[in-house]
Ligand binder design. Structure first.
Ligand code: AMP
Ligand code: FE
Ligand code: FE
Ligand code: ZN
Length: 279
């Protein structure tokens, strides 16, 4: 069983529509894929139809933008009730904040580059969660930078003069909301050194106290030494350990299936989640 539990569609900052992500998952020989767009579940319905067509099992999920200890962290939620009012409201709030923040960043960039908000909007799918990747795509389209990665390293990274923070949920609160909504909370890429300070053992203990269910151990942004540390932490705290690609279509080099999750872990996730895996 080839199981990849982290992928993005054009409902957030992936480049393929939800049905395209499923088709790509089938082509990559995956048996199971999770659609985990940033702060939105609006890709789920289309992905579910495509999953049945392609014979790929679908885990419905989301990746929530959170904060803890003065930095941005991402929380994956699997199989939660998408209509849960408090979780829905918080995700909407984050989406609105990302939109405002993107506008501010574009205002700053527009002082130095021929970039307009319309250029960015052209890159954003209908109703999709706006993020820096769309600003990156607009800069690529204008020929300012070569690709998304260059846009990030040269202009959009945290700490760049064009970077602006945005509101996000406190990670502890997000874990509580996910549990209330019947979801399974898994911390995304906790050893992503390049994104800032890695998640410490003390922090993991705090999150476990709040109900965290798992750690995304096998992910390209966690360097090998981090994977070993996280695997040991998962063991110590009896957390699920997942492996995933964080596929973004053509938006990132990450390939579907480059890291996989054990079938027994998926069984535990399905057992704990309110929704079923679509097969
Ligand atoms: P935002 O949520 O607007 O702060 O943007 C964060 C998103 O940007 C992440 O989820 C990634 O999809 C994307 N991203 C972050 N760093 C990079 C990078 N170096 N190259 C390409 N995409 C990136
Ligand atoms: Fe992303
Ligand atoms: Fe993430
Ligand atoms: Zn992601």
């Amino acid at each position: 069983m080839r199981i990849d539990l982290h992928a993005h569609s054009a409902a957030s900052d992936g480049t393929e529509p939800p049905s395209g992500v499923i088709a790509s998952a089938a082509a990559a020989g995956l048996d199971v894929v999770a659609l985990t767009d940033h702060d939105t579940t609006r890709g789920w319905a289309e992905a579910a139809v495509a999953a049945r067509e392609h014979g790929v099992a679908l885990v419905r999920g989301v990746e929530l933008s959170c904060r803890h200890g003065g930095r941005s962290l991402h929380l994956l939620s699997y199989l939660h009730d998408p209509e849960h009012p408090a979780l829905l409201a918080e995700a909407e709030r984050v989406r609105a904040a990302r939109h405002e923040r993107a506008r501010t960043m574009v205002d700053l960039l527009a002082k130095d580059f021929p970039l307009t908000w319309d250029d960015v909007e052209e890159q954003v799918g209908e109703g999709a969660t706006v993020g820096r990747p769309h600003i990156a795509d607009a800069l690529v389209a204008l020929g300012v930078v070569a690709d998304r990665s260059a846009a990030f390293s040269e202009l959009l990274a945290t700490g760049s003069p064009y970077w602006v923070p945005h509101h996000a949920l406190l990670l502890r609160d997000a874990i509580g909301l996910v549990l209330e909504a019947g979801g399974v909370p898994v911390l995304a890429h906790p050893g992503a050194v390049a994104r800032g300070r890695v998640v410490t053992e003390t922090e993991v203990a705090t999150f476990v106290g709040a109900g965290l269910a798992g750690l995304e151990v096998w992910h390209r942004d966690n360097p090998p030494a981090e994977r070993a540390r996280l695997e040991a932490l998962a063991d110590r705290f009896e957390l699920l350990a997942t492996g995933s690609s964080d596929y973004h279509g053509a938006g990132k080099p990450n390939r579907l299936g480059e890291h996989l999750t054990d079938p027994t872990v998926l069984e535990l996730i399905e057992g704990a989640g309110r929704l079923e895996v679509i097969r």
